[in-house]
Design a protein around this ligand. Structure first.
Ligand SMILES: [Zn+2]
Length: 388
């Protein structure tokens, strides 16, 4: 492996001028680079403060231990969830996406989309920070699912987004309006199939003019194998703390080692995009919510500068806890008073066993089309199906 990593050092790259950051930037600004594919792992979100629950050092495992789990992974096992959804809901409460701000790296992905360069962003992360940073939904493939949607584990009936937010933030177990079954975010649990949308998107990797792999150990299959699916001639850029996977084995592999946010800033300087990057990242500050109420820092000087996506998010959050308010103008500084961040550490035992919320019945989204094209990658063995 080490041999193959070094093997490209002897030869000149074929597409890039050199295997360095300015050559990558130069290529990205050229006519040849039209379709950028991205692969993201947990390292992209760690600077947002999202703990890696696999790491014993974060203490998240010990937090889970007090919930009487037979083993930590049980929190993501469907059979355990069916018997006892409390640990998962507790974890969901702690990890709830709206509590964390997207990173500068997430804003970089949005910038790529705004420049018309982003084809697809494949992510292993379930934190939805790509969406929250304003990356267009149709460009994002959440390989392990996400908190963005949810459904009943028994009848697959979908469940209202805002109701789900309310339940998780209030540590209540959501139950299906139709059958009373537990509602679970569409996160891939151990042993569950990967989303169809992921399977369908994989062949698109052949269209890549550039692959950027960020913040992943490239150890979780089949996700890791995506890096091998771009054409041999396609430049591949690794932005990560360490050298991983087969990077270095191809002529136009570039490893930019370091923290994702720092490397992204350097790359954007080379591209001359640093002001735009900062502007997009500034916008993400307003999207953070707390347990109790939305905290929206409204920029009173130039509210019209906000993106439609951000406005939409704010509107959703406004309707989340301010039911009496008509959201037609979006939130303003007057009606949304920022409160102190709440570090609620209530015991999971405080969770009420049932909380049925009345919502409109919706069409069952689970009865989608069967995909004929099968991905020739092995199913994830339960032990390797890590979610963060
Ligand atoms: Zn149901």
């Amino acid at each position: 492996m080490h041999q193959s990593r070094r093997s490209n050092r002897a030869n000149k790259p074929k597409i890039l001028a050199a295997r360095d950051i300015s050559s990558v930037a130069g290529y990205m600004k050229s006519k040849d680079c039209k379709n950028v594919m991205m692969m993201l792992g947990a390292g992209v979100s760690t600077s947002a403060g999202i703990p890696d629950f696999r790491s014993p050092e974060t203490g998240l495992y010990s937090n889970l231990a007090r919930l009487n789990l037979p083993h930590p992974e049980a929190v993501f096992e469907i059979n355990f969830f069916r018997r006892n959804p409390v640990p998962f809901y507790t974890l969901a409460h702690e990890l709830y996406p709206g509590k964390f701000r997207p990173t500068i790296t997430h804003s970089f992905i949005r910038l790529l989309a705004e420049k018309g360069l982003l084809h697809t962003c494949f992510t292993q992360n379930i934190d939805t920070l790509e969406r929250r940073a304003g990356v267009p939904e149709e460009k994002i493939i959440e390989a392990h699912g996400s908190f963005a949607t949810q459904r009943c584990i028994d009848c697959s009936e979908t469940f209202d987004d805002n109701d789900m937010k309310r339940h998780i933030l209030q540590k209540k177990i959501a139950r299906c309006v139709s059958c009373g079954g537990y509602v679970k975010p569409d996160i891939v649990f151990f042993g569950e199939a990967l989303p169809e949308i992921f399977i369908r998107a994989v062949p698109n990797l052949r269209k890549a003019d550039l692959l950027i792999v960020m913040g992943t150990s490239l150890t979780v299959q089949p996700f890791a194998s995506l890096a091998e699916r771009v054409d041999d001639s396609c430049p591949r850029v690794l932005i990560n703390l360490d050298h991983v996977g087969s990077f270095g084995s191809r002529s136009d592999d570039v490893a930019l080692l370091g923290k994702c946010d720092e490397v992204v800033r350097d790359l954007c300087k080379e591209l001359g995009w640093d002001d735009e990057l900062n502007q997009l990242w500034d916008e993400t500050e307003a999207s953070v919510i707390t347990d109790k109420q939305p905290v929206l820092k409204v920029n009173s000087e130039e509210p019209s500068e906000k993106s439609d996506t951000l406005k939409e998010i704010e509107k959703q959050f406004a309707s989340l806890d301010l039911d009496s308010k008509d959201g037609n103008n979006g939130p303003s500084a007057e009606n949304l008073t920022p409160g102190p961040p709440s570090e609620s550490k209530d015991k999971a035992a405080a969770l009420p066993p049932k909380s049925v919320t009345a919502t409109e019945n919706k069409e069952n989204a689970a009865g989608g089309k069967v995909v004929e094209e099968k991905l020739e990658v092995p199913a994830i063995p339960p032990a390797e199906n890590k979610l963060l």
